[in-house]
Ligand binder design. Structure first.
Ligand SMILES: Cc1cc2nc3c(=O)[nH]c(=O)nc-3n(C[C@H](O)[C@H](O)[C@H](O)COP(=O)(O)OP(=O)(O)OC[C@H]3O[C@@H](n4cnc5c(N)ncnc54)[C@H](O)[C@@H]3O)c2cc1C
Length: 329
């Protein structure tokens, strides 16, 4: 059939945003290749989500329902996904670079005797031979490489927040029932525990205030925390981000880093404090709805993408802003 096939993630009974992003890039790749787009959904009850997926205009939504597919049992999901690949015979398979994608991707590649490229930040088709061009950061994020691999299916996991999510389409895709042949004897994983830990979910924040080299030292982040507290009275979730230089200097941990080798985000408001606007930073926050820049250099690149800009030392601007917000609250 040679479709582009994506594996959908379901979250709280609905399609996860990452699936919409996969649908967005999958549609483009399928269009470039002149082939169909298929979505595979797995679970114990995915009928409603299948209808939701179909409304985004893939050609087909394969619905794999089975009691053993409840939750995420990697052995059951892997076996079912392998069977789906056998039936659909896709040219390209895309998984999100999530825990499930990272668990299934390598094992699926091994079973299908093909090559996997993980954590892709760009995907396109080589017009010469129709192979998938897979772009990803390498060498600890110090370089970007484009990979092209022979063999099918062409398999990749895709980083979140890189591609635009698909929009609802006019026509609905066909929903196809597929019965996976799985049973308990195939389970090798004894138990899976979800361990709760503190994570910096920058991509979920409404407002991100990021600090860069211009903060001068780590104490600068305390000033940004004051602004964060003041804004928290008006916004649901306000978080602190940073540039890579701030991480490299040891002022803040790397899970706060925004950008190519950090997190890709699209908050309602992004406040860049003492950040010059290097391209590797911009790709991570350019989709923010409103961008505010505070920088002493009027010629810095961040002002080229900012909706509002203040040319001033942040140590003057931020406390004044906090004071004003407190007066208004
Ligand atoms: C492969 C690769 C991947 C990378 N990935 C990332 C990434 O994911 N994220 C990322 O951020 N970078 C990344 N980088 C690094 C990136 O190229 C830049 O070096 C980095 O973003 C610069 O950080 P910065 O803006 O904080 O520092 P600088 O470029 O040094 O800018 C500091 C800014 O602060 C301003 N300033 C100084 N004093 C003040 C003050 N008192 N008040 C207000 N403003 C002031 C200055 O005018 C300047 O504009 C990557 C680089 C490579 C090669």
């Amino acid at each position: 059939m040679n479709d582009v096939m994506i594996l959908g993630d379901v979250k709280e009974g609905s399609l996860d945003i990452r699936t919409l992003e996969l649908l967005g890039v999958g549609k483009k790749l399928a269009g470039d290749l002149g082939v169909g787009l298929s979505v595979v959904l797995m679970g114990d009850a995915v009928s409603t989500v299948a209808e939701q997926a179909a409304s985004y205009g893939p050609d087909r939504v394969y619905k794999l329902e089975h009691p053993l597919l409840k939750g995420v049992n990697p052995d059951m999901w892997l076996a079912s996904l392998q069977q789906a690949c056998k039936q659909i015979n896709p040219k390209i398979v895309l998984l999100s670079h999530s825990l499930i994608g990272m668990e299934l991707g390598p094992r699926l590649a091994c079973r299908l005797n093909t090559r996997l490229t993980t954590d892709c930040i760009d995907l396109s088709i080589d017009p010469e031979d129709g192979l998938l061009l897979r772009t990803k950061p390498v060498s600890g994020g110090n370089a970007i490489s484009v990979f092209k691999c022979p063999g099918e299916p062409q398999l990749a996991t895709v980083r979140a927040n890189v591609f635009d999510p698909a929009e609802a389409a006019d026509g609905n895709g066909e929903i196809v029932d597929m019965v996976p042949e799985i049973d308990e004897s195939m389970i090798t994983v004894e138990s899976i525990e979800v361990v709760k830990e503190e994570v910096v979910a920058l991509d979920k924040a409404d407002v991100v205030i990021s600090g860069g080299a211009g903060l001068g030292d780590e104490d600068g982040f305390e000033i940004l925390q004051d602004l964060s507290k003041a804004l928290s009275k008006s916004f649901g979730s306000v978080m602190i981000g940073c540039s890579r230089v701030a991480v490299d200097k040891g002022w803040i941990s790397s899970d706060h880093q925004v950008g190519l080798t950090g997190t890709m985000i699209s908050p309602d408001i992004y406040i860049a404090v003492g950040i010059s606007g290097a391209i590797q930073h911009l790709v991570g926050m350019i989709k923010s709805k409103k961008i505010i820049a505070i920088n002493t250099d009027p010629g810095c690149n961040m002002f080229n993408v900012a909706d509002y800009g203040v040319v001033e030392d942040y140590e003057k601007v931020v406390p004044a802003l906090v004071k004003r917000l407190e007066e208004l609250s």
